[in-house]
Design a protein around this ligand. Structure first.
Ligand code: AMP
Ligand code: MG
Length: 423
């Protein structure tokens, strides 16, 4: 990977203030320093869910492959119909899905046709069954049928040679279905993003160990593991690293060996045991920001060798919020998606009152729900302390309160970011 400009060039900008970095600005800065994965691999279609297309896809086929019927009814020649009285025609055969009527339709003939059935050669209109009257082998068709009605034309959906998807497309179930419909069973995708991650803190123990006095279970590494798994990353879990410069240096070197991204949690504040930032300064390049947001104020972003580095705050809720607001989008860009879809934002009424300080963006945890009349609203999960993981587990959205917003009474309109389905 090559980097276009040094991170330090950022600090030359006039309005660059690392001590109070607005959320949107931090996001833009991060975007400017990302080098997406370029290497690709070929994969069978079924293995490509969640991966990113590394090639443009052109259709080799017309879809639909032949003119066909949009209705159950009768296929016939429009010119055989009388203009102002019913016409009676012999039904000479049928065209059912998978069983076309092969001979060309002769003048004066009709063919029974089902939705999706191939239109016989010569037919140019389908008359809905409900409009007709069938007697034995004859069908009676009223006047007033329009040429071409109820016919889906060959190539209407996709013409052969047309571009179906561009490189950089994230492959969801609908994309895979569409590719299958074109007969494409193998794809070029970008290789998976290699992400190394670890937690820092003398107080942390991994699952399977027993916490000693003053110790607690590491949760961030498990949250991160889950978030990164949903993004389809190739993971390197380096465990818990103690607050010790040598151990952190060793972990950094190991993480940088073969990764596109390194994510750490904890140790990015300015306390005595916060070694992440100075170590990154020594071994790589780092930008450190106090983001004007809550939760999740400190964030380190930088480079270590070829790897992009995200140093998340240690507080479990802060780590998650920071991941959603900055890391998710950055990882999608690194995976090869040039313009990732933002997490959707909606405006709705918040049924609980909100306490909010001016001058920072808050991401309070909320619960979206539907009332008896089918209206959706949001309420706060309650206590918004940044260490309270249960507030995150109980939430399905963030209530996003912009910098200039203060306290709000109950039933005010707020903006929410829906989390379900977006990691
Ligand atoms: P730090 O950012 O390292 O100062 O950590 C802030 C707070 O988050 C402290 O109370 C830590 O104990 C807690 N914390 C840090 N890392 C983790 C983690 N991986 N899992 C759970 N809590 C953590
Ligand atoms: Mg710590």
């Amino acid at each position: 990977m090559t980097q276009t400009k040094p991170l330090s060039s950022l600090a030359d900008a006039e309005d660059y203030d690392p001590h109070s970095m607005p959320v949107g600005r931090a996001r833009e800065h991060i975007r400017a320093f990302l080098t997406p994965v370029r290497a690709t691999e070929r994969l069978p279609l079924r293995s490509a869910l969640g991966r990113v297309l590394g090639e443009d896809i052109l259709s080799g086929l017309d879809v639909p492959a032949a003119d066909n019927s949009a209705m159950d009814g009768y296929a016939l020649r429009h010119q055989d119909l009388a203009a102002d009285e019913p016409t009676q025609l012999p039904v000479v055969g049928s065209s059912f899905a998978g069983h076309p009527y092969l001979p060309p339709l002769a003048p004066g003939e009709a063919v029974r046709i089902m939705t999706g059935g191939v239109l016989p050669a010569g037919a140019d209109v389908v008359v809905m069954q409900e409009r007709t009257e069938r007697t034995g082998s004859l069908v009676r068709v009223p006047p007033g049928q329009r040429l071409g009605q109820n016919v889906r034309r060959r190539g209407d959906d996709i013409a052969a040679g047309a571009q179906v998807f561009a490189r950089g497309r994230l492959l969801r179930p609908a994309e895979l279905g569409m590719l299958a419909s074109l007969g494409i069973g193998e794809l070029t995708v970008y290789r998976r993003l290699r992400v190394a991650f670890f937690s820092t803190g003398d107080e942390l123990v991994s699952l399977g160990s027993v916490p000693g006095p003053g110790q607690l279970f590491d949760s961030n590494r498990y949250t991160l593991h889950a978030l990164l798994t949903r993004l389809g990353a190739d993971l390197r879990d380096l465990g818990v690293i103690p607050d010790d410069p040598q151990a952190i240096e060793a972990a950094f070197r190991q993480a940088a060996e073969d990764s596109d991204v390194i994510i750490t949690s904890g140790g990015v504040s300015v306390g005595e045991a916060d070694f992440v930032r100075p170590m990154l300064e020594r071994l790589g390049e780092v930008l450190f920001w106090k983001i004007a947001m809550k939760p999740g104020r400190p964030l380190a972003f930088g480079r270590l060798g070829d790897a992009h580095f995200f140093g998340l705050p240690g507080n479990p809720v802060s780590a998650m919020v920071t991941f959603y607001q900055f890391v998710r989008e950055a990882l999608l860009v690194l995976m090869g998606v040039p313009e990732p879809q933002p997490i959707p934002r909606l405006r709705l009424l918040c049924t609980s009152p909100i306490k909010k300080a001016l001058g920072r963006t808050e991401f309070q945890r909320g619960v979206l729900s539907e009332d008896a009349s089918g209206r959706w609203s949001v309420r706060s999960t309650g206590d918004q302390g940044s260490g309270i993981l249960s507030s995150m587990a109980g939430a399905n959205c963030f209530i996003v309160l912009p910098d200039a917003q203060g306290d709000l009474p109950a039933n005010s309109e707020v903006e929410v970011q829906v989390l379900e389905g977006f990691l």
